[in-house]
Design a binder for this molecule. Structure first.
Ligand code: ATP
Length: 329
């Protein structure tokens, strides 16, 4: 049996179907990332799986237990990092970790967890004196102190500085190497690309795409991306027509291309003909971010979410149909 099995999961708040029929299987030892715009239903899904929220429909099994009724036998085997845990802030991290370790049959040594999460300097300080990023590290520490078989991480590195994020990634990788099954939500596409064996994109409570980042790129039809800086004094409309579609952000133009050799030749011929140098000209494979924006970027922009591209506009018609049409087909 898989570590996590979800069939037809539904959760309704009043008129809103926060989760609207999700099927998801996570194998033992797999790392799966849930992506999606604000309000897509990621946290609700994870909270049902953790046993913190009752569902309105569907079946859910985590390590063979129904999280809604699994009780202690279930809780002893899972670790949870919530988006907003809220601590008793007169305790110290070391005290909280000792307390939590006591709930589990085979906890990790508290000192080891403090070192793994980089909390040595603050281990004996009152929680109220910790910075936002340090509190998030404590969240992570509390999630792993029970040495869980399944770990749920809801936006685990939000507020981390870049080096703390790298550190957290290494920690997640080492937990995976030890065989843990990990389900995480994140808004950082590089995080999903780096950590996840499989990415599941959720929008409006439904899965709109899933697969490895490479599989998603192939399915979403995002081609090679040609990127360059528009020469000073020129507008996007001055460019020749080539490629599949463009995104313009400030002076940076990104063109999707299915025939990069011909398209680069067209672009270079145009620039040479005008005596212009194209600065920062690069050719790259589509990133998960390109794929993601292709799938739900429009919704993210409309919703004013994290993926709003400041100053960005599409000058050409989108190549791929909107995500919801594609999901229905
Ligand atoms: N307790 C609640 N009561 C009413 N509506 C809720 C509640 N919790 C979530 N919702 C609604 O359910 C939908 C899904 O919310 P959810 O928090 O699962 O999204 P999310 O994908 O985790 O978003 P984010 O990326 O912003 O964390 C949203 O429309 C949200 O407003």
């Amino acid at each position: 049996m898989a570590a996590i099995e979800v069939r037809g999961l539904r959760k309704v708040y009043g008129e809103v179907a926060a989760v609207d029929g999700i099927d998801l299987t996570v194998e033992h030892g797999e790392v799966v990332a849930l992506l999606g715009p604000n309000g897509a239903g990621k946290t609700t899904t994870v909270e049902v799986l953790e046993g913190y929220r009752a569902r309105d429909g569907g079946t859910v099994t985590v390590l063979g237990h129904d999280p809604g009724s699994g009780g202690r036998a279930f809780r002893e085997h899972i670790g949870v990092v919530l988006q907003d845990a809220g601590f008793e802030d007169s305790f110290t991290p070391r005290e909280l970790l000792r307390l939590h370790a006591g709930y589990y049959p085979h906890p990790r040594p508290v000192a080891e967890v403090i070192s793994l999460t980089g909390l040595e300097e603050k281990a004996d300080a009152r929680v109220r004196t910790l910075s936002g990023g340090q509190r998030r590290r404590l969240d992570l520490a509390l999630g792993i102190v029970g040495d869980p078989d399944v770990l749920f991480l809801d936006e685990p590195t939000t507020g981390f500085d870049p080096s703390a994020r790298r550190h957290a990634w290494e920690l997640v990788e080492s937990l995976r190497d030890l065989g843990a099954t990990i389900l995480l939500t994140t808004h950082y596409l590089d995080e999903a690309e780096h950590l996840a064996d499989r990415v599941v994109v959720i929008d409006h409570g439904r899965i709109v795409a899933q697969g490895t980042p490479d599989e998603l790129a192939a399915a979403a039809g995002v081609a090679t991306v040609i990127s360059f800086r528009l020469p000073a004094g020129l507008a996007p409309d001055d460019l020749p027509v080539f490629g599949l579609g463009r995104r313009v952000a400030g002076s940076v133009v990104e063109v999707r291309s299915e025939s990069p050799t011909a398209d680069v030749a067209e672009l270079a011929g145009w620039a040479l003909g005008r005596g212009e140098e194209l600065e920062a000209l690069t050719l790259r494979r589509p990133s998960l971010e390109d794929v993601y924006l292709d799938l739900v970027g429009e919704a993210g922009v409309k919703g004013g979410g994290d993926y709003d591209y400041e100053g960005a506009r599409d000058v050409d018609a989108p190549v791929a149909p909107p995500a919801r049409e594609r999901a229905a087909s």
